[in-house]
Design a protein around this ligand. Structure first.
Ligand SMILES: NC(=O)C1=CN([C@@H]2O[C@H](COP(=O)(O)OP(=O)(O)OC[C@H]3O[C@@H](n4cnc5c(N)ncnc54)[C@H](OP(=O)(O)O)[C@@H]3O)[C@@H](O)[C@H]2O)C=CC1
Ligand SMILES: CC(=O)N[C@@H](CCC(=O)OP(=O)(O)O)C(=O)O
Length: 350
């Protein structure tokens, strides 16, 4: 059995980890922390878990965490990097759902997260936890920076084009128009997240600059091994009045080769062996509810009016493939388990 610690058990990604891991055949949750609710039964806060567990929240206890095989940090940015050194020295693997181990450049990290990095050496050895791209490195990693939710949709939506032999699109024309459900902002009390502020409304945010922008560019640069293609990328996130779900629409100009190519076949073959990426049949319209609660990302391609623009539609559940499901996918790889273990959940529709 893999002994698991979860730091940040009262938040949305924390409880999503609990939901998934309670059904995982190879896992035992040893610690589930909360600074505010230590002593409370987890099913008293989350009645969805009644009858499934007797777990209680506990204070963060380094000795207990040091005895785990792996610790997930479902905490705000800046928490994991302060505890990672002790854990790694004790032989514990670390999976951070926040951004402490995503941006490799510490100056960029400080610029976007407003704090110096606490352990640049561990940052250097950490692996960006996007299995469809970094599977082999994840298997032997000690520390995983689990991707941000928007960056997962963009990188997986573009991967087949970036890996193609020919240049099928003009990457410097990329526009990313993305929408997230409100749970993407976490469970914290904030005025903009009140029902009366976020329901029956639809708005853009972070248009001047969002911290996922550098993460997306870093990822795309790494896959393409071409610096500069994405320097002019436009990324506009929006808040949608739904609880879960993320819908990312990308627009790119096709090259002459791209106009001749069978892009549907390219995407289908690129993802033929991936369990968690579904290339939908031509003409499909992905919907967020088709992935709700599941570790799935669905993609559809369009070339409107047979013109020179490629439109890529991507949906995922921000809390599952966008966060906790992906983190468990990474854990499975790190412990030599089948990647799908504990993750074969059917999406909830309607
Ligand atoms: N929500 C989403 O869709 C996604 C979130 N993420 C990232 O995952 C992380 C968690 O997100 P989410 O679950 O939404 O956040 P929440 O705000 O819902 O939960 C945060 C959790 O962290 C705990 N916490 C807060 N501060 C500290 C601290 N200093 N030390 C220890 N624990 C602390 C809180 O518990 P308590 O106060 O009880 O201690 C709470 O359980 C964030 O970094 C987020 O950016 C990534 C991808 C998607
Ligand atoms: C709707 C909403 O507010 N979403 C969050 C993104 C959540 C996430 O995945 O991002 P991090 O892990 O990088 O914080 C945001 O835009 O800040």
């Amino acid at each position: 059995m893999i002994s698991v610690g979860i730091v940040g058990g009262t938040g949305y990604t924390g409880v999503e980890l609990v939901r998934i891991l309670l059904r995982h055949p190879n896992v035992q949750i040893k610690a589930l922390t909360s600074r505010t609710e230590a002593g409370m039964r987890v099913d008293a806060m989350f009645p969805s878990l009644r009858g499934l567990t007797d777990l209680e929240f506990s204070n963060v206890d380094q000795d207990v965490l040091n005895q785990c095989d792996v610790v997930f940090f479902a905490t705000p940015h800046g928490v994991a990097m302060k505890q990672a050194r002790d854990l790694v020295d004790a032989g514990v693997k670390v999976i951070d759902l926040a951004a402490d181990f995503r941006l490799k450049n510490t100056t960029e990290f400080e610029k976007w997260y407003g704090m110096p990095h606490a352990c640049p050496d561990l940052l250097e050895e950490s692996v960006y936890g996007l299995p469809e791209i970094n599977r082999e490195a994840i298997k032997t990693a000690r520390i995983i920076g689990n991707p941000g939710c928007y960056p997962t949709t963009v990188q997986l939506g573009l991967l087949p084009l970036l890996k193609a032999q020919e240049q099928l699109v003009q990457f410097d024309t990329l526009i990313v128009d993305a929408k997230s459900g409100v749970s993407g902002a976490g469970r914290k009390a904030e005025t903009s997240l009140l029902f009366s502020e976020s329901s029956d409304n639809f708005k853009a945010y972070g248009v001047k600059g969002h911290r996922h922008h550098p993460e997306i560019v870093q990822g795309l640069d790494a896959i393409s091994q071409q610096k500069g293609w994405f320097d002019q990328m436009i990324f506009v996130p929006h808040l949608v009045p739904m609880i879960r779900g993320m819908f990312t629409t990308m627009y790119l100009k096709l090259t002459e080769q791209g106009k001749q190519a069978d892009l549907q076949a390219l995407f289908e073959s690129a993802y033929a062996t991936e369990s968690f990426v579904d290339v939908m049949p031509a003409g499909s319209l992905p919907e967020t509810r088709s992935v709700r609660g599941a570790n799935q990302l669905r993609i559809a391609l369009y070339r409107p009016n047979n013109g020179d623009t490629l439109v890529i539609l991507v949906v995922q559940d921000n809390l599952v493939k966008g966060a906790s499901g992906q983190a468990v996918q990474n854990m499975n790889l790190m412990f030599g388990l089948a990647e799908t273990t504990g993750l074969e959940v059917v999406p909830l529709l309607p």
